[in-house]
Design a binder for this molecule. Sequence first.
Ligand code: NAD
Ligand code: IPM
Ligand code: MN
Length: 374
Amino acid sequence: SAPYSLLILPGDGIGPEVMAEVRKVIGWFEANRGMAFDVSEDLVGGCAYDAHGTPLTDATMAKAQAADAVLLGAVGGPQYDNLDFSLKPERGLLRLRKEMDLFANLRPAQCFDALADFSSLKREVVAGLDILIVRELTSGVYFGEPRGIHSDDNNPQNEGGRVGVNTQRYTSGEIRRVARAAFELAKKRNNRLCSMEKANVMESGILWREEVQWVHDNEYPEVELSHMYADNGAMQLVRRPSQFDVIVTDNLFGDILSDAAAMLTGSLGMLPSASLGAPMENGSPKALYEPVHGSAPDIAGQGKANPIACILSFAMALRYSFDRGAEADLLEQAVEKVLADGVRTADLMGPDGGTPVSTAQMGDHIVKALDTLA
Ligand code: NAD
Ligand code: IPM
Ligand code: MN
């Protein structure tokens, strides 16, 4: 069969370090599973700014649009903090999400048994945990207009004289399409969906609740739907996370809740994500796969980064873009085996001692586990 085109954007900080380990895994599937990938690599984020003066060139944007799937490491770093807003590394990532119209961001949080004692929460709270956060990714306060920082000259009461504005804005159509994605996923899992907003204080939250309920009543009455205020949701996530199956929420709440969910699994270095849009001609969705974590400037260049989040993001690509569910399962089992064997990057060093390894060694162990399991 024709090779899949895969655009790899390692990005900044630990991005290139963790992506090097994904390349090993891709090589394994090519050598052992008859898969063919046409891989090309390009720049996004601070490195693209350094090379081209912009965090994402139009040429790279076009390549991303044309690829069967995009794999991204992470962007950002303190050396870029004072750049003009439009040139910041994060703008490159946000442009990719927006222009590819990747409205459904799937952020699974699974607690591997070997790591149940590593969470900041008690083992009995996190053991066996398997939840999925579906975050709306192309709208809400991240993109709403008006936005900006401007002077507030007519208001003498305002010390400093400036005002910063962002707008939380959702259309019914934007809410319905991400709700549908979440209901579909819930059907394939345990058939329960919890929608989170703040309908008690925000009109956009009222609309969110009504539209999710509408999609339920008209299209998915068989899925068990509940609604929760997002602040209570944050509390419930750390109190008794196992009450959830799939959570659907807006762009900003989803960003925050998924970082909280990460700690249920033991480390932010464990969490993958898939950002999916509408189906392409070949039937698979437009897609970008990226770990939930950032560029981790505090550990970049030291071989300490955990590559598992990025490797599990590739597993999601196998599942959602390449229709290779069995291969995705195999890769997840390889990660599980390595963790069960006590192999630990620095972020996973916890109560069991374990064998401390570098980023590259973790990648090698996972490839070896693939050999063993295959
Ligand atoms: P971060 O996720 O980069 O790091 C938070 C903490 O988690 C750090 O202590 C870091 O060392 C640790 N950590 C993260 N990933 C790890 C991994 N794979 N292995 C081991 N430890 C890991 O978040 P931050 O420090 O708030 O942000 C740093 C930069 O990354 C900022 O510029 C931010 O905008 C950017 N960022 C980018 C993305 C992305 O590209 N998708 C996501 C989040 C943050
Ligand atoms: C994430 C990140 C991004 C976000 C930033 C880097 C733009 O925090 O992917 O979770 O806020 O969406
Ligand atoms: Mn985030």
